[in-house]
Design a protein around this ligand. Structure first.
Ligand code: 13P
Ligand code: ZN
Length: 211
C-alpha cells in the first residue's frame, strides 16, 4: 500500500510540474488541455475540468479506480473517457497528454491533409517520438463519440490529432508523452514555416532505419 502511496505522490507532483512547464512555455493556455497518468495498480490520475495546467494542485487531481470510477478529487476533465480509451487500447502507456498547442491545432484545420498520417517525416526526432499521426474527425470536446473515434486509431498510433481541436499523445511515462507532444508541436510549426517551399522529407529507407 505504501509503495502505491509514494508512486501516487510522485505522479501527482509530476503532473503539476509538467502542466506548469507546458503552460509557462505557451504550449497550452486558459483552461485548455488535460493530463493523466496511470499508476501500477491501474488507478488513473487526471487533471480536473476547467483547471489551468499552469496552476494545478496535487491534492485536487481527480483519481479514478482501476475500474474507471471517479473516487477522489475535483470533477475530472471532460475528456476523461478519451483518456480512458487511450489506456484501454495502449496497455503499456503510463500517461496521456492533450493540448491545444497552436501549430498543431493549425495543422488540424488544414484541408487536404492525409487523414491516415497528417505530417510528413520532416526530421528524425519526429519519426522517433511521434511516428505516424492519424487525424480524428471533428466532434465537440468531451463528446463520447470523440473518445470512441480516438480509440479506433489508438491501437496503431500513440499520437493522434483531433480535427479543429489538438493533439492527444500517450507515452510509456509522463515525460515520454510530454516530449512527444512537444516534438509534434515543433514539427507542426516547421511544416507551416515550410509552406510554399519545396521540401525533402526523410525517405522511406531513412524512416525505416529509425525503427
Ligand atoms: O481541452 C479541453 C477539452 O478538450 C479542456 O477540457 P477540461 O477543462 O474539461 O479538461
Ligand atoms: Zn481539448
Amino acid at each position: 500500500m505504501s509503495a502505491f502511496l509514494s508512486e501516487a505522490t510522485r505522479l501527482r507532483d509530476q503532473i503539476v510540474s509538467v502542466g506548469k512547464s507546458l503552460f509557462d512555455r505557451g504550449l497550452t493556455f486558459g483552461s485548455t488541455g488535460n493530463i493523466s497518468a496511470r499508476l501500477s495498480n491501474g488507478e488513473i490520475l487526471m487533471t480536473p475540468t476547467n483547471a489551468s495546467l499552469g496552476s494545478l494542485e496535487p491534492e485536487r487531481l481527480s483519481r479514478f479506480s482501476a475500474e474507471g470510477v471517479h473516487i477522489e478529487g475535483d470533477k475530472p476533465t471532460k475528456e476523461a473517457f478519451l483518456h480512458q480509451c487511450m489506456y484501454c487500447k495502449r496497455t503499456q502507456s503510463g500517461a496521456v497528454v492533450h493540448l491545444h498547442s497552436t501549430h498543431s491545432v493549425a495543422v488540424s484545420i488544414l484541408a487536404n491533409v492525409d487523414p491516415e498520417d497528417v505530417l510528413p517525416p520532416l526530421t528524425a526526432y519526429y519519426v522517433m517520438r511521434v511516428g505516424s499521426l492519424p487525424l480524428v474527425p471533428y466532434y465537440p470536446p468531451g463528446d463520447k463519440a470523440l473518445a470512441e473515434a480516438v480509440a479506433a486509431r489508438a491501437e496503431k498510433s500513440h499520437a493522434v490529432l483531433l480535427a479543429n481541436h489538438g493533439p492527444v499523445v500517450a507515452g510509456k511515462t509522463l515525460l515520454d508523452a510530454q516530449y512527444a507532444t512537444e516534438e509534434l508541436e515543433e514539427t507542426a510549426k516547421l511544416y507551416l514555416l515550410l509552406h510554399g517551399h519545396a521540401i525533402r522529407p526523410l525517405t522511406p529507407e531513412q524512416r525505416r532505419a529509425l525503427g
